[in-house]
Design a protein around this ligand. Structure first.
Ligand code: F0G
Length: 458
């Protein structure tokens, strides 16, 4: 019999209690947190969809691996295991461990960047952009045009615009390109996948113009799922083989292991070129640690080695993508405007459409994130004008292009009934949407204001 229900392909051996709260209590918690969800205590949250990063549940095999973690400063066995798993997966000879993704970004893009250099991506993740710009270089995003229409159904909305890529390389001069970075899946572009055809087209252009090509591969297993099911040529390949094929196209990869390596902390840089590796190793030792541990403990490296194998399990990946889709499709059918099609790790709600009566300078996505918290204790993240808004020279607000609320799903943590609870909350949100009120910012720092800004409801 073919079952309709896709079950969580694991049993729960250890549980973490959730503290439940009333709407009245949450109103008070949020008031004390100045209506900023980053300022809440985690125990005040019922379902935490703030991020899928570092929030995965480890398997019993990973926990067992932690006990055999080799904590030697140099030549740790756990490092050997982590290195060989990554070499096998990526095909790259040189692997540098780091404590998380942005540390690897700082090392490689800091080295390749600097004044006058340009980096090009389908969409740079915030920390990627920040590391590039901090070096003095510029970061340009060229997602395909289809990605801008949030309701358009298109299979690989994470793709890079290859015509623009070639034009930009010619305009800037290939010697001034720091690197081309393909982010899979495209987190800041709605968690949308990138096709192998696109990865190949980007590779051909980079090769032709002799520019470096890297993968930001933190969700590459999730991306492989979409390729296998949407790109005819890849139906018969395993998820791991698909990922391996994608790695073969480039010169290196940066990974935040906090996503598809199913661990709470970790990252790495994988490179093909010996000279580039030597330069990066010096930076690694100065800022992260010796080359056989980076910023990691032996037990972390052991857990990464195991997680990177588990992530390609076909039953896990099917459950993972289908459960994100389950939440997204339900919201879509109910009439909640969400980015379509549903991506791999998160559902993105379009708050500009849902709360269309709240103008962007009153932060509709912040309003929705607060309402989800008050009504149900659900913590999401605003990806809109609070996060990306800027001021012009006269202090006038320049809003972000989109007002989104991201519901990111931690891996192997929540069950279907938790998702039903989220869906039920949106039924209530839809019923009462006209009553929603905007917010104003009463205090904010100069940089990365979303983390610490204080708000008041209007
Ligand atoms: N690249 C991408 C595509 C990411 O999504 C992230 C982190 C990073 C790099 C940086 O990795 O956090 O280990 O330093 N994304 C998290 C998120 C923070 O919530 O999407 P890191």
């Amino acid at each position: 019999m073919k079952h309709k229900t896709i079950i969580e392909p694991f049993r729960i051996k250890s549980v973490e209690p959730i503290s439940l709260s009333t709407e009245q209590e949450r109103t008070e918690y949020l008031r004390k947190a100045h209506s900023n969800l980053f300022l809440l205590q985690s125990e005040q949250v019922i379902i935490d969809l703030l991020t899928d990063s570092g929030t995965s549940a480890m398997s019993s095999a990973q926990w067992a691996g932690m006990m055999i973690g080799d904590e030697s400063y140099a030549g740790s066995k756990s490092w050997e295991r982590m290195e060989s798993v990554i070499q096998d997966l990526t095909g790259f000879e040189y692997i540098l461990p780091t404590h998380q993704g942005r540390a690897a970004e700082r090392i490689i893009y800091g080295h390749l960047g600097g004044e006058g250099k340009t980096f090009i991506s389908n969409t740079h993740f915030d920390t990627t952009r920040a590391n590039i710009e901090f070096s003095g270089a510029e970061a340009i995003d060229i997602p395909i045009a289809e990605s801008q229409d949030t309701s358009l159904i298109y299979p690989f909305k994470g793709n890079m615009d290859v015509a623009k890529l070639e034009a930009l390389i010619l305009e800037k001069g290939s010697e001034n390109i720091g690197a081309v970075i393909l982010t899979v899946t495209n987190n800041s572009g709605g968690g949308q996948p990138v096709s192998m055809a696109n990865a190949k087209a980007v590779a051909a252009i980079c090769k032709k113009h002799k520019v470096l090509y890297f993968l930001d591969c933190c969700r590459i297993a999730e991306n492989a799922y979409f390729i296998k099911h949407k790109e005819a040529e890849y139906t018969d390949m395993t998820y791991k083989e698909i990922a391996q094929e994608m790695f073969r196209l480039c010169d290196g990869a940066v990974m935040s292991s906090k996503k598809d390596a199913l661990v709470n902390m970790g990252g790495f840089l994988a490179l093909k070129d010996y000279k580039l590796t030597q330069a990066c190793k010096s930076l690694l030792i100065i800022t992260e640690g010796f080359v056989t541990y980076g910023g990691l403990s032996g037990r972390d490296m052991e857990a990464i080695a195991i997680g990177l194998v588990e992530i390609f399990d076909e039953h896990y990946l099917e459950y993972r993508i289908k459960s994100t889709t389950y939440l997204g499709e339900h919201l879509h059918k109910m009439g909640v405007p969400v980015i379509m099609p549903i991506g791999g790790h998160a559902v993105y709600v379009d708050a500009k459409k849902l709360y269309s009566h709240i103008p962007v300078n009153e932060y509709p996505a912040q309003a929705l994130a607060c309402d989800l918290y008050i009504k149900a204790g659900i913590r999401s993240v605003e990806i809109g004008t609070v996060m990306f808004g800027k001021y012009d020279k006269d202090g006038k607000l320049i809003p972000a292009p989109q007002e989104l609320v991201r519901l990111a799903i931690p891996r192997r943590v929540y069950t279907q009934s938790h998702m039903e609870y989220v869906i039920e909350t949106f039924e209530e949100i839809l019923k009462e949407k006209e009553k929603a009120k905007g917010y104003k910012i009463v205090e904010e720092p100069k940089f990365l204001r979303h983390f610490t800004a204080k708000f008041e409801q209007l």
